[in-house]
Write a protein that binds this ligand. Structure first.
Ligand code: AMP
Ligand code: MG
Length: 534
C-alpha cells in the first residue's frame, strides 16, 4: 500500500475526481486479474517503487498543474509520481476498455499498466487527469507485469512533449522516473530476454477515455453502462454540445470524427507514424495517445512502419493512417448504434471525417509547399509528383520541406541547380539521371505555381517555417538519449526535451539535432525497428 502523509506541497493540488464519482465502478476491492463487468473502472493502488529516481520532468506541464520547479525536484515528487505515495485527494483506479487490435475484436483490454491518480482542477479551472504508466499490475494486466521499461518510458515522455510543441493534439507527460526495479523483456520476441530498468511516466490529459471504452459495453450488450459513459463524456468533455439526447449524440460523434481527422492531418504533416492504431489507442478527444512502437519518417516512404509486430501486413504504415482512423471511427459508430438506432445518420456523421480530413490535408499540403491555397486537380498532381520523387530519391521528409523555404522560386532565379542541390543534400541515395530529370521538371512547374500564388519571398519562407519543423524526435536521437540514460546519464534526455520545445526555431547551436540519420542507425534496433515489447 502506498503511504499517505499530509505535509507536502503536492497535498495542495485541487482534486475533483469526477470520473469515479459519477460513473459505475467495479465493487471488487482486491487486485487480481479478471473480467470486469458493468464498470468503467476498478480501484487499484500503484505498486510502490523501490528506489525512485527522477530522469526528467516537463516544466510546461508542471506549470499547468501549478507545480514549481522546487516541488518537481523534491523527493516527495519522486515518491508520488513513481507510485510510492498517494497525495491528498488522489484516488487510484484503472480504466476498463476493450478494442480492435490489428483489425480483430480483442475483448477486454483495460489499463493493464496504467493507474489514474485522479483529476486536478488547476487555477484556470482546467481539468487534468493524472495517470501513471508502468506502476504495477491492475485487474486488467492479463498475463503481463504492469511495468514499463526505461526505453519505452523515455520514448513516450519525449515524444508526447515534442508533439505538443509541434502543435499536434496529444496527451502530455509530466515526468519520467526510474523505479529502481529491473524487469525482463524479450525486445523482439525472438528468444533473447534481457534485464532492463523499469520506469514510470506520469501522463496528463483532460480524459483518457478511448474508442474501446465504449466498445466494451456494446460488445457485452450492456447498453445501460454505454449510455452512462456517453452522457458523462458529453457533459464533461463536450459541454458546449448541450444536454445528451439523440441529436446531441450525433453531433458529438461528428465532433469526434472532426477531431480525429485534424489529428491525422497533423501526423501526416510532421511525418509521425503511430505504429499501433488499435481502437483502444484512439482517444475520444482526438489526442495522440499511447506512444509505443511509433516512429518518424526519415526517407519519405508511405509504406513505412516502425512496428516490427506489424511488418507483414503494414496495416499501420504512414500512408494508411487516414484510412485506419476512419475504420476505427466506423467501429465507434457501431458501438454507439444501440443508443442512436439510426444507421443512416451515423453514416452521414462519418462523412464529417472525410470532409475534415480532405480539406485539412489540402490546406496542410499547400502550406508545406508555401502556397496560400490548394488548387484541387493541379496541386494534387504537384504533390503526387513530389512525393513520388522523394520516395524514389529516399529524401528526408523533415529536412527537405524545411529547406524548401530557402529556395528561390521567382522567375528571375530560373535555375534548377539550387533545387537539385537541395534534393541531393537531403536524400539518402545519390540522385540518378532519371530522378534529376524528374526533379528539374517538377521544380519548373512548382516555380510557375508559386509565382502565380504571388507571395513575397520572405512571407513565403516564414509561413513555411511555421508548418515545416526543423526538429523532430528522430528515431536515432531518442535511442541515443536512451542509451545514455541506461548508463545513468540523463543529460541528453533533458537536452532533447529542451530542443524540441522550439521545433520551428532555427537554434543555431543545435544544428546537429537537425541532421540526416547516420548510416549506423539504419538497421539498429530502436532506431528503425521497434516492437510492442515495452
Ligand atoms: P498497448 O499495445 O500498449 O496499447 O497495450 C494493449 C493492452 O495491453 C493494454 O490493455 C495495456 O494496458 C496492456 N499492456 C501492455 N503492456 C503491459 C504490461 N507490461 N503489463 C500489463 N499490461 C500491459
Ligand atoms: Mg494501449
Amino acid at each position: 500500500m502506498p503511504t499517505e502523509n499530509h505535509n507536502s506541497a503536492l497535498d495542495n493540488l485541487n482534486f475533483d475526481n469526477r470520473f469515479i464519482r459519477e460513473l459505475p465502478g467495479d465493487p471488487e476491492p482486491d487486485n487480481f486479474r479478471r473480467q470486469v463487468y458493468a464498470a468503467c473502472y476498478s480501484r487499484v493502488n500503484p505498486t510502490p517503487a523501490q528506489q525512485p529516481r527522477l530522469v526528467a520532468y516537463s516544466k510546461e506541464v508542471a506549470e499547468d498543474l501549478g507545480l514549481s520547479a522546487e516541488i518537481c525536484e523534491s523527493d516527495d515528487f519522486c515518491q508520488v509520481f513513481a507510485g510510492s505515495r498517494l497525495a491528498k485527494g488522489m484516488e487510484a483506479y484503472a480504466m476498463c476498455y476493450g478494442g480492435h487490435q490489428f483489425g480483430h475484436w480483442a475483448g477486454q483490454l483495460g489499463d493493464g499498466r496504467a493507474i489514474n491518480l485522479g483529476e486536478v482542477l488547476n487555477q484556470r479551472k482546467q481539468r487534468y487527469t493524472l495517470q501513471l504508466k508502468g506502476a504495477g499490475v491492475t485487474p486488467y494486466s492479463r498475463s503481463a507485469d504492469g511495468l514499463a521499461v526505461l526505453r519505452s518510458s523515455i520514448r513516450e515522455f519525449l515524444c508526447s512533449e515534442a508533439m505538443h510543441h509541434l502543435g499536434v493534439p496529444t496527451t502530455r507527460a509530466l515526468s519520467v522516473i526510474l523505479t529502481g526495479k529491473q524487469v525482463v523483456r524479450d525486445m523482439f520476441y525472438d528468444g533473447n530476454p534481457q534485464m532492463e530498468p523499469s520506469a514510470v511516466v506520469c501522463r496528463v490529459a483532460p480524459s483518457f477515455v478511448r474508442f474501446g471504452s465504449f466498445q466494451i459495453f456494446t460488445a457485452r450488450d450492456d447498453i445501460d453502462s454505454l449510455k452512462k459513459l456517453v452522457d458523462y463524456t458529453i457533459r464533461t468533455d463536450f459541454p458546449e454540445l448541450g444536454e445528451p439526447s439523440i441529436p446531441v449524440y450525433l453531433d458529438w460523434f461528428k465532433q469526434v470524427c472532426r477531431k480525429t481527422a485534424e489529428m491525422i492531418v497533423h501526423w501526416q504533416r510532421v511525418g509521425f507514424v503511430h505504429g499501433v492504431m488499435n481502437t483502444d489507442n484512439m482517444s475520444i478527444l482526438g489526442l495522440t495517445i499511447d506512444y509505443g512502437p511509433y516512429g518518424w519518417l526519415e526517407n519519405y516512404d508511405p509504406d513505412w512502419t516502425p512496428n516490427t509486430t506489424d511488418a507483414q501486413g503494414r496495416r499501420y504504415r504512414f500512408g494508411n493512417q487516414a484510412k485506419i482512423a476512419y475504420w476505427n471511427l466506423v467501429q465507434l459508430a457501431n458501438a454507439l448504434y444501440p443508443l442512436i438506432m439510426r444507421a443512416e445518420s451515423l453514416q452521414q456523421a462519418l462523412s464529417a471525417y472525410t470532409e475534415t480530413f480532405d480539406a485539412g490535408w489540402q490546406a496542410m499540403m499547400a502550406a508545406k509547399l508555401g502556397l496560400t491555397m490548394f488548387e484541387p486537380g493541379e496541386d494534387e498532381t504537384l504533390v503526387n509528383d513530389l512525393t513520388q520523387l522523394m520516395q524514389a530519391a529516399e529524401t528526408d521528409m523533415t529536412l527537405f520541406y524545411r529547406q524548401l523555404a530557402d529556395i528561390d522560386v521567382s522567375a528571375e532565379a530560373n535555375s534548377p541547380a539550387q533545387f537539385l542541390a537541395l534534393l541531393q543534400r537531403t536524400s539518402y541515395e545519390p540522385l540518378s539521371d532519371d530522378i534529376m530529370e524528374q526533379a528539374t521538371r517538377w521544380f519548373a512547374i512548382y516555380c510557375l505555381r508559386s509565382q502565380r500564388d504571388g507571395r513575397l519571398a520572405l512571407e513565403r519562407s516564414s509561413a513555411m517555417n511555421e508548418v515545416n519543423p526543423k526538429y523532430v524526435l528522430r528515431n536515432y536521437l531518442a535511442q541515443l538519449a536512451i542509451d545514455q540514460a541506461e548508463q545513468g546519464d540523463f543529460s541528453l534526455v533533458q537536452e532533447l526535451l529542451e530542443v524540441l520545445r522550439h521545433p520551428y526555431a532555427d537554434q543555431a547551436d543545435k544544428q546537429s539535432f537537425a541532421a540526416k540519420r547516420p548510416d549506423w542507425a539504419k538497421q539498429r534496433a530502436g532506431c528503425s525497428m521497434l516492437s510492442c515489447s515495452s
